[in-house]
Each structure stands twice: as C-alpha cells, then as structure tokens.
Design a protein around this ligand. Structure first.
Ligand SMILES: *Cc1c(COP(=O)(O)O)cnc(C)c1O
Length: 382
C-alpha cells in the first residue's frame, strides 16, 4: 500500500481556511502562512523566513534580497534544474556556468574560481540530490572574492554539513514545496535568511514593493506627492505571495518530515544493498563530514549509460541567448560568457554517467528494488 503523504491534519487546516473565508495571507500575521514561516524558521534555525508561491519564485526573491543589479554576474552550477539559472535571468542578471565535481555533479570551488570576473556578485550553490555541497571550500572562495552565497535547498531538507543544517551556511537559502520535494503543498516556496536587510528586500520583491514586514521590522513612512498619499509600493516587485491554502497544507507536512525521512532512508538502503558491490557501478559520492537526506539517489555507471539531462546552457533557451548575445531580458552578454558545448567539460562528461532513482517517501521498496536491479543489469551488459 503506498504511503500516505497527506491526511487529516492537512484536511482540518484546509477546512479552517475555507470556513474563515480568508484564503490569502493579506496583511495579517495571525494565519497559517505566518505559522508556517515561524515553524520553518525554528526547524531550520534561521530568523527570517518568507513563504512564497513556488521554489522558482523563491530563487528570484532571494536573488532580489541580495540586492543584485542588472548586469551583475551570478555563478551557477552547469548541472542543475534550470530553475536555478532562469531566476538569475529574470532579475536582469547574467548566469555564468561553472564546471562541477564529476563525482557528484555539484558545483566545484575550482569551477567557481575559474568564472570570477569584475562583475561577479553571487554564487548559487545547489545541494543536489539532497547531498550537501563542499561548503567550507565554496565559502572560502566566496569570502576571498566578496561574493554572496545562495543555497538552493529545494532538494535538501535537513542534510547536515559538519553537523549544521544546509541552508544556514550561506547568506540566503531557498526551498521548494512542489509536488516532488521532501514536503509539499503542490506548489510553494520558502526563502530563509539570518539577515533582516535581505529579508526586507526579498519581501518587497515578493509583495509588489509593499513593506508588510513581519518580525516587528518597521516599514518606511508613506510620503504624500501632489496632495495624494500613494498606497505604498516602495520597490519593484511581483506578487509571489504564498496563499493560505498552501500554508494550511505545508504546515503539518513539516511535522511529518522525520517520518518521511525515515522512509527515504529505508529506500536508500534498498538501493545500496542492490548496487553496493556491483563492478562498474558507483554509489553516491558523499563529501567528508556531511550527512545527506536524499531526494533522488544518484549512481554512476560507465559512459554512455547515464541519462542526466539538466546541463542548463545546452537548453534551447540558453542557445538562443548565445545566438543573440543577450539574455532573454535584453542584458548583453560579455564575450567571456559562452553558452557553448564544451563550456563545462566535467559536467558534460559526467551527465553521460549519472542515473538517479527517485526515493520519494510515497514509493514502495519493491519499486525501488526493481529500479536498482534494472540499473544493475544495464551496468553489467555494457
Ligand atoms: C524543484 C527545484 C527548484 C524549483 O522549485 P519549483 O517549486 O518547482 O519552482 C529549484 N531548484 C531545485 C534544485 C529544484 O530541485
């Protein structure tokens, strides 16, 4: 029987929201969205949390929170879901792809260093597969070059790096609540930071510039112009607010996370048992002193048996930017930014070796065993 992900707790909250008639967060801090933000901050160990409507919106909002300007360069991993680099484009910045560690597909400190220019302002670190990236080395490069660090934790709820939760190491962290993630409300996203200035800029961006700050932070005074006091939009922004319906569902999900994680560990144990000592198949590469919480479980086979498809700059959208020598928002690309095959050779070679098994907590061990066995047969018949 498939494990149930949603139940009475989510239903009771949804009923409460619908009966209240208040389906949006509005100006209020006495609602499910605020309760979720508070609970999430307590779970993660971060002071300022903002719920938004998707993980992609969370990335954009977090980048805006860092105070980036159009034309700034943001270093991104070559191999990651495209929801990492498109938000960089949407805020008028330029994604610059760094090569990765071929053992893990994670952005590498050397890859970052090789892409730094005068205009580099930030780096996006993705804790891919739910495995912590090598943060000590990455933070050392970032500190040396005065770069902001965004941790994309959409696949990484709670893995540990030297005993510390990922998402609390860089300047700001993002999470997704989309269907496939560790906890979900169908769609949804989270921005978390310890810096009130990042939080304030992020909130303005996600709330059409309106300073409805939580955490007792003071809003600026509205100023009259031409005898009119405008409503109070202080910065450029979108409406990326989380709805009460989303918060009603993801709040109890947070309580269920330990139970979901236990199930994921059970599924990972099946894979490691099936593939542990098969010649030519390598299990997930784990960096020293880190503890993953797998989203997908990656294995490496001999090339070309892998099927990793997410090399961002090879996507049509980046090929179009390459041809036009500008981003989709019209920002010119400097000459040294090239979205061409061969730009990140480790990532391209590794893509032909990686396969991943979905260890979602709703899955059955039997399904996972069959997936692992299929990979084992492919590996053996190369
Ligand atoms: C899922 C995901 C996102 C985007 O989240 P959505 O909620 O689907 O917009 C961003 N980054 C990574 C690494 C993801 O896995």
């Amino acid at each position: 029987m498939p494990q149930r992900c949603y139940g009475e707790e989510e239903l009771a909250n949804l009923r409460e929201v619908l009966e209240s008639g208040e389906l949006w967060r509005g100006l209020g801090y006495d609602n499910f969205t605020a309760r979720f933000e508070e609970a999430f901050g307590a779970w993660l160990g971060r002071e300022y949390v903002l719920g938004v409507c998707s993980g992609t919106c969370a990335e954009e909002t977090a980048l805006a929170g860092l105070g980036l300007e159009p034309g700034d360069e943001v270093i991104c991993p070559a191999s990651a879901p495209i929801f990492v680099s498109l938000p960089v484009v949407s805020i008028g910045c330029i994604p610059v792809f760094a090569d990765v560690d071929p053992r893990s597909l994670h952005i590498s400190p050397e890859g970052i260093e090789a892409r730094i220019s005068e205009r580099t302002r930030a780096v996006m670190v993705v804790h891919l597969w739910g495995q912590p990236a090598p943060m000590d080395e990455i933070m050392a490069v970032a500190d040396k070059h005065d770069l902001k660090v965004l941790e994309d934790c959409a696949q990484a709820y709670g893995p540990l790096h030297r005993g510390r939760k990922v998402g609390t190491i860089g300047d700001v962290a993002c999470y997704s609540l989309q269907q496939s993630k560790h906890i979900s409300s169908g769609e949804g996203g989270i921005v978390a930071t310890g810096d009130p200035e990042i939080y304030k800029r992020a909130l303005l961006f996600a709330n059409c510039g309106m300073p409805w700050y939580g955490y007792g932070l003071a809003a600026p005074e509205r100023i009259s112009i031409a005898g009119i006091t405008p409503r109070g939009h202080f910065a450029f922004g979108h409406n990326y607010r989380m709805s009460e319906l989303q918060a009603a569902v993801c709040l109890p999900q947070l309580d269920k996370l330990p139970e979901f994680d236990a199930r994921r560990r059970e599924l990972v144990a099946v894979i490691e048992h099936e593939l542990g000592d098969v010649p030519d198949i390598e299990l997930a590469h784990v960096y020293p002193d880190t503890q993953p919480n797998y989203w997908l479980y990656p294995v490496r086979l001999p090339a070309p048996l892998g099927n990793y498809a997410e090399i961002n700059y090879l996507e049509h959208v980046f090929q179009t930017m390459q041809q036009q020598r500008r981003t989709s928002l019209g920002i010119p690309l400097p000459n040294y930014v090239q979205y061409v095959p061969g730009a990140c050779p480790n990532a391209e070679a590794a893509a032909k070796r990686f396969r991943a098994i979905n260890v979602h907590h709703s899955q059955e061990p039997e399904t996972i065993r069959a997936a692992a066995q299929a990979i084992r047969e492919d590996g053996a018949s190369k």
